[in-house]
Design a protein around this ligand. Structure first.
Ligand code: 3HC
Length: 336
């Protein structure tokens, strides 16, 4: 209904016709040449089915992450410590909802409807970022999510502004600008808390201790265990690998932690002169996969909240559709 798609006809339901797609060698060669020349693929262009499928997988997972990502922080809107913090948090959570909408729209241009994607999320089949399955226990968690989670998201998403699929790349430009505000507001909130009482400083350190390792895992499995990376990079969807992005994040965050006055909870974290990077300790990949596979501390709660919100919004979608039908009938009558 609210789509910027070029392929999805008005009123598209569960099945959306795909643009004609044959695995024709000449078309494949033209596609490969465009990718090799760092060109962009647009919705009406021919593309291999596997490219289309990979994009729908990644963009829909990304969209789901944005809208599920509204929940842990949304829990704190009614408990924000001041009017200023509340206004900032409302704006941020709304931004995340907007990111979800741009991304669902970008995925729809590939011939998958929003209903299909949401069905995947609500049935528990579709993935979304592991990071949103952890609880937000104190107000400091809201600042740390801004600083570290949004900081990690920016690190991963800036290269996506150069993704080979045009609608995804263009959506990411605005998303990244907004994520940059999110990261800064989180860091600023923490700076203020760190200048407050000993109890506030402890609260920030505790939140950093709980979120640090989860943020490192957020970049995805190590390159050697990442089944989608090689092909994603060949197609220019992914530009920088999971491990490289993780390293960039660590390198950028250590000096920020120093300015803030917090300790990152990793005894192995130290500058490596030879590599010109920080070394860091072992990520708990078992815990990561448990969470990705639905067994993290908040997976069930997050999904239940999403499904409830979707069901409770049914009347809004029905009303909007009825209004659109009424408008259409009126314009047909006026034209007659
Ligand atoms: N959480 C859940 N699943 C994850 C994951 C994570 N942190 N990292 C990887 N996975 C999944 C992959 O989706 C893949 O599953 P699938 O094959 O069943 O689809 C599997 O683990 C193997 O991982 P790969 O490295 O092979 O997968 P990719 O090549 O797709 O790389 C990715 C994973 C780096 C997350 C990539 O898909 C990507 O860059 N996606 C776009 C960005 C995104 O989705 N970010 C999520 C956070 S959004 C956000 O934080 C909102 C902000 O407002 C804070």
């Amino acid at each position: 209904m609210y789509t910027q798609s070029f392929n999805v006809p008005d009123g598209a339901g569960k099945t959306v016709p795909l643009a004609p797609s044959t695995e024709d060698p000449a078309l494949q060669a033209a596609f490969d040449a465009r990718i090799d020349a760092d060109g962009r693929i647009e919705p009406q262009d021919w593309m291999p089915e596997a490219y289309r499928k990979t994009l729908v997988r990644q963009i829909s997972q990304h969209a789901h992450s944005e809208i599920v990502g509204m929940l842990p922080e949304g829990n704190w809107i009614s408990r924000a410590p001041s009017l200023k913090r509340k206004a900032i948090l409302i704006a941020k959570v709304q931004d995340e909802g907007g990111h979800g909408l741009y991304l669902y729209s970008a995925a729809e241009t590939l011939g998958t409807s929003r209903d299909q994607m949401l069905e995947g999320l609500h049935s528990g089949r579709a993935k979304y970022s592991s990071i949103f399955n952890y609880p937000t226990l104190t107000w400091a968690d809201v600042g740390v999510i801004g600083w570290l989670v949004d900081g990690a998201a920016i690190m991963n998403q800036v290269p996506l502004c150069r993704c080979s699929y045009g609608p995804y790349a263009r959506a990411m430009v605005r998303v990244c600008k907004e994520e940059s505000f999110h990261q800064r507001q989180g860091y600023e909130a923490l700076l203020v808390m760190m200048q407050g009482t000993a109890e506030q400083r402890e609260m920030v350190q505790d939140a950093v201790n709980r979120w640090w390792w989860k943020c490192l895992a957020m970049f995805g499995p190590p390159d050697a265990d990442s089944p989608n990376s090689a092909q994603g990079m060949r197609w220019g969807i992914k530009r920088v690998s999971n491990d490289e992005l993780r390293q960039k994040f660590v390198d950028a965050t250590v000096p920020q932690a120093r300015v803030l006055g917090v300790t990152l909870p990793d005894p192995d974290l130290k500058w490596n002169e030879e590599r010109q990077h920080y070394d860091y300790g072992q990520i708990d990949w078992n815990e990561f996969w448990e969470t990705v596979n639905g067994n993290g501390p908040c997976n069930k709660e997050r999904l239940a909240t999403r499904v409830k919100a979707h069901n409770e919004g049914q009347w809004v979608r029905d009303a909007a559709l009825a209004y659109a039908e009424k408008q259409k009938a009126r314009s047909i009558k006026e034209a007659a």
